[in-house]
Design a protein around this ligand. Structure first.
Ligand code: SAH
Length: 299
């Protein structure tokens, strides 16, 4: 087991540039958030720099922002907007999905410019589709602003490519539990056979069961696994382990959600590509973790 919490005081890249001016959008025609509209927008996995320009454009115009639990920073870019927290906070129960969707409808009908801001991408395990559907059914006009999903961008912050030509020609994104909290009833045999790399969202609660299912489906116990918690945030931690050990190692390391779990040899690439450690002056542990010599030449 290897657990690393690599971010130095100088931050994710080791070098920081202080922006004193408010961030300006590049000149050009940007969409206008009209009164009575709802924009469903992804904020990325955590680092405010991973917000898109369309996201910033939305923040600038919103009258009200209904947001998931987000790291501080992003909302500061919308000082004019009323903020309504909809995520789970401090152990308090989160509002029901139906209530959130209905609140969006009511805010829009009250003539507000509404921004629904969600972690990652709104359409990836984020219930954005459900909210959008309710809005459409009730005649509220919408725009979707995609975001960087934790299963891709969060892994990248740990130096793990979701795909790598020498490792995988497919990647499967799964959720570890369903809305009721029960382990997702997935066809693990099919997933295991069909995908060299499996990226698990919301996997912490049922990781022991998931790992057992994957092993029963034929994945080896020594298969590399990486668990990235609070990816892209200053408190990011990365556990490097194996399928046989992952559940015990998560407990031993006292890792807490949110976590993205990567099963497969792509996780090994972190040994070469841990760019945050390198930015802090650490040499790569292994420049050839797949044992392939030079990276495959482009065909
Ligand atoms: N729409 C989001 C996913 C929402 S589901 C997206 O596209 O990323 C919530 C799950 O996402 C968490 O349980 C965790 O598995 C993952 N996640 C979100 N942010 C994360 C982060 N910063 N670090 C690690 N995992 C994260």
């Amino acid at each position: 087991m290897r657990v690393v919490c690599p971010l130095s005081a100088t931050g994710a890249t080791g070098h920081k540039r202080r922006m004193t001016d408010s961030i300006k959008l590049p000149s050009g025609d940007w969409p206008v958030l009209q009164p009575g509209w709802v924009w469903l927008c992804g904020a990325g996995p955590g680092d405010p720099g991973l917000l898109t320009l369309h996201g910033l454009n939305a923040l600038r115009q919103a009258d009200v922002i209904v947001h998931d639990t987000l790291p501080p920073g992003v909302l500061d870019w919308a000082p004019q907007a009323e903020r309504i927290a909809s995520g789970k906070r401090g152990g308090r129960p989160s509002p029901k999905q139906r209530d959130i969707s209905q609140q969006l409808v009511e805010l829009a009908r009250a003539g507000k410019r509404v921004l629904r801001l969600k972690g990652g991408d709104p359409f990836v395990f984020g219930r954005g589709g459900e909210e959008a559907q309710t809005l459409v059914q009730q005649g509220v006009p919408i725009r979707i602003v995609p975001g960087i999903s934790a299963g891709i961008g969060g892994l990248a912050y740990a130096g793990i490519p979701a795909t790598h030509r020498d490792v995988n020609q497919s990647v499967t994104f799964v959720t570890g539990h369903d809305p009721s909290g029960r382990a997702t009833p997935l066809n693990w045999q099919a997933i295991s056979n069909g995908s060299e790399v499996i990226v698990i969202y919301m996997g912490m609660r049922h990781i022991a069961q998931i790992a057992a299912e994957l092993r029963a489906a034929g994945r080896p116990g020594d298969e590399p696994v990486a668990v990235v918690t609070a990816a892209s945030l200053p408190e990011q931690r990365v556990l490097e382990t194996t399928l046989a050990r992952v559940a015990d190692d998560i407990l031993a390391a006292e890792l807490q959600p949110p976590a993205i779990i990567c099963v497969g040899r792509a996780a090994l690439l972190r040994r070469a590509l841990d760019w945050q450690a390198m930015a802090s002056g650490t040499e790569p542990r292994d420049t050839d973790p797949l044992g392939r010599g030079r990276p495959a030449e482009q065909a």
